[in-house]
Design a protein around this ligand. Structure first.
Ligand code: FAD
Ligand code: NAD
Length: 480
């Protein structure tokens, strides 16, 4: 850092210290004498560490472990209860979020040579950012990594009812007896899973479409819906919130019940009375109050970028992670951050950007995701429907998963798998696995998709016996 008393100057200024901002700063200066600063107005570590990925997976882990033991003769007899211990689960979650203390993340940044400034960052000119009364200038680049915020749809009485968002569901302190969940995407399905684990008595899901997890192959939503229904969830498809009444809504803090009971009127006229409402209806990129309109950039939608992560018309401005609207997943945001960091370093050192290393091409059609429901959903690439819509001539291999590896996990194992293959190129363009133990399987499919490995060649990638991966062999056999 250098500069006069009003302005600090760094080579790279990153606004937003979530996992993506941290990686962008690190990759942009790693192994050089360049300087970087992260500006963060809440907690270094971001949504992912304290409010999203980490606490949610912490809440889901104990239920999964018990379900795995309950499925296995010899282990199941030792279980006195298949419901997780509520205080143990919440304690484990608190340990994972470290009491929302970001000291260790700030230390990590400082050890990596990155300064941290606390405060709200706002772009006030080319390569210039204001943090409250301070000014911070960038010699090379400003990177926006401000993430996203939960959307609350404009429904009569909903905002006034102070519903829970994912921040409350992941940081829950009170476990509602009765809850209604709006939305059928990833947050809704994972949260429904842990809320049932924690003993919610009545859980209603209100889905405006006709399936859960609609971005996936249709069998995904069916299997997850069947599992949630079997555990007592009441899933209402083709239904929306009409209006909400909650006379004594109150700001009681994250994870506490936000007031007394609420009455939710659904389309069709049914009324659901609940102790809490969880809104899981998607997220919007955090582009407001960033000063974008001052530099001529639209601030209402995502901050769009090219594959180098650069904002059009502003070669000094980069956007990575949820804020650019490409893929709202931590691992993909961190991938974009590695690309952006490498691009910033290459430009600073006068290198050209010809190598694939400088292009985030996996964002287009090679995105892996695991949804940690029970059953787990693990997918990469495009669905059959998307591939056909893109004009690709596809063939599919599809079957229930039943190999020695799954029988060893559970004699009554239930799972399903599908490969989507581009006929002309003879390569896998999409893969979906649903079932216990499939999360660790998806990377093999990601390698096949990104590597464009011909199916004939995949035949020689022999899965080990007796693992769940042997489903690959069965799928490839079905194509011969
Ligand atoms: C409940 C839930 C569970 C999830 N689980 C998973 C999962 O299992 N796996 C997965 O891959 N993804 C998951 N996601 C998605 C994941 O959380 C996001 O994709 C990820 O957090 C994006 O990282 P980011 O750094 O872009 O943004 P964030 O993590 O949101 O970080 C942005 C940071 O910028 C700061 N900030 C914003 N504006 C400013 C400003 N003007 N000035 C200073 N600081 C600012 C914020 O305070 C925040 O710290 C989950 C999301 C939710 C809601
Ligand atoms: N395991 C994981 O990888 C993981 C876990 C949680 C979240 N995430 C990511 O976080 C992001 C946010 O997740 P999300 O579940 O909030 O978003 P989402 O886009 O996955 O799902 C939102 C759902 O809400 C519905 N919806 C939107 N507006 C509505 C309305 N007015 N009425 C009724 N329904 C409405 C949509 O139809 C959709 O099904 C996603 O990109 C997701 O992939 C990832």
């Amino acid at each position: 850092m250098d500069g006069d008393s009003q302005t600090s100057t760094y080579d790279v200024v990153v606004i937003g210290g979530g996992p993506v901002g941290e990686n962008a700063a690190d990759y942009a200066i790693r192994g050089s004498d360049r300087t970087a600063v992260i500006i963060e107005h809440e907690l270094v570590g971001g949504e992912c560490s304290y409010w999203a990925c980490m606490p949610s997976k912490g809440l889901l882990g104990p239920g999964s472990a018990l379900a795995a033991a309950a499925a296995l003769p010899g282990a199941r007899e030792r279980l006195s209860d298949t419901a997780p211990d509520r205080s143990g689960v919440l304690g484990r979650r608190d340990e994972i979020t470290g009491g929302r203390d970001d000291t260790s993340q700030v230390e990590w940044a400082r050890n990596a040579g990155i300064d941290v400034i606390r405060g709200h960052g706002r772009i006030v000119g080319e390569r210039e950012v204001a943090v409250d009364e301070r000014r911070v200038a960038a010699r090379e680049a400003v990177v926006v990594a401000t993430g996203s915020v939960a959307s609350i749809p404009p429904i009569t009485g909903l905002r006034e009812a102070r519903p829970w968002t994912s921040r409350d569901a992941t940081n829950l302190v009170d476990v509602p007896e009765r809850i209604v969940v709006l939305g059928g995407g990833v947050v809704a399905c994972e949260a429904a899973t842990w809320l049932l684990d924690l003993g919610v008595r009545e859980l209603t899901m209100v889905i405006r479409g006709n399936r859960l997890l609609p971005k996936n192959e249709p069998f995904v939503g069916e299997m997850v819906a069947d599992a949630l229904t079997a555990r007592g969830a009441d899933i209402r498809f083709g239904t929306e919130f009409e209006s909400v009444e909650r006379p004594d809504a109150a700001d009681t803090g994250y994870g506490h019940l936000h007031g007394g009971p609420a009455r939710v009127t659904l389309s069709g006229g049914d009324v659901v009375e609940v102790d809490e409402i969880l809104v899981a209806a998607g997220r919007r990129p955090a582009t407001r109050e960033l000063g974008l309109s001052g530099i001529g950039v639209e601030e209402s939608g995502p901050l769009g970028v090219d594959d180098h992560m650069v904002v059009a018309g502003h070669p000094w401005l980069y956007a990575v992670g949820d804020v650019n609207g490409r893929v709202a997943l931590t691992h993909m945001g961190k991938y974009q951050a590695r690309v952006a960091g490498d691009v910033i370093a290459a430009r600073a050192e006068g290198r050209n950007l010809d190598s694939p290393r400088y292009s985030a091409f996996a964002d287009h059609g090679a995105v892996p995701q695991v949804v940690f429901t029970r059953p787990e959903v693990s997918a990469v690439g495009v669905t059959e429907e998307q591939a056909r819509a893109d004009g690709i001539d596809v063939t599919v291999a599809e079957m229930d998963i039943a190999v020695a590896g799954t029988y060893l996990l559970d004699p009554d194992y239930s799972g399903h798998a599908k490969l989507v293959i581009d006929r002309a190129r003879d390569v896998v363009v999409g893969a979906t696995f649903v079932g216990a133990g499939t999360a660790e399987l998806v990377h093999s499919a990601t390698v096949a998709v990104v590597g464009e490995v011909p199916v004939d060649r995949l035949w020689h990638a022999v899965p080990s016996y007796p693992t769940v991966s042997e489903v690959w062999l069965r799928l490839l056999e079905s194509l011969r």
